[in-house]
Write a protein that binds this ligand. Structure first.
Ligand SMILES: Nc1nc2c(ncn2[C@@H]2O[C@H](COP(=O)(O)OP(=O)(O)OP(=O)(O)O)[C@@H](O)[C@H]2O)c(=O)[nH]1
Ligand SMILES: [Mg+2]
Length: 110
């Protein structure tokens, strides 16, 4: 049976010990850990093995310091996207009505 290995992403602010946790759980000393923030620059996967079998995969990520700002931006964008979607829906409705009107006008003139 093809069982998918669960993946867990470790996220958080910079220099808070994300890589340290990944390194400890994966028993992998190649995970770079340093005193300053900004150590991890790319997302990397590290398998966690038990009895030589990969049980889970941890994904180490770069520190994420502007979480409140990014969340605010996403909320603002969501509002704008919703407004744009409503506007587009109205426009489509008008177009469909116009097409129906033109089509029925064409039919009645035949
Ligand atoms: N006191 C203490 N220090 C810790 C602990 N875990 C990690 N550290 C230290 O915290 C510092 C940063 O650890 P990292 O694991 O590189 O932190 P990070 O969140 O991956 O950092 P970025 O990759 O920059 O986002 C290192 O100096 C670690 O030795 C802990 O449980 N206690
Ligand atoms: Mg790190």
């Amino acid at each position: 049976m093809n069982q998918e290995i669960p993946k867990f992403t470790v996220v958080g602010r910079g220099n808070k010990g994300k890589s340290s946790i990944v390194s400890a759980l994966a028993e992998d000393d190649s995970v770079v850990i340093e005193k300053g923030a900004g150590t991890t620059e790319n997302c990397c996967e590290f398998p966690v093995r038990v009895d030589d079998k990969v049980q889970i995969i941890l994904i180490d990520t770069p520190g994420f310091n502007e979480a409140p700002e990014v969340l605010g931006w996403m909320r603002a964008m969501r509002f704008r996207l919703r407004t744009a979607a409503r506007w587009w829906q109205s426009l489509c409705g008008i177009l469909i009505k116009a097409i129906n009107l033109a089509t029925s006008a064409g039919c009645s003139s035949q």
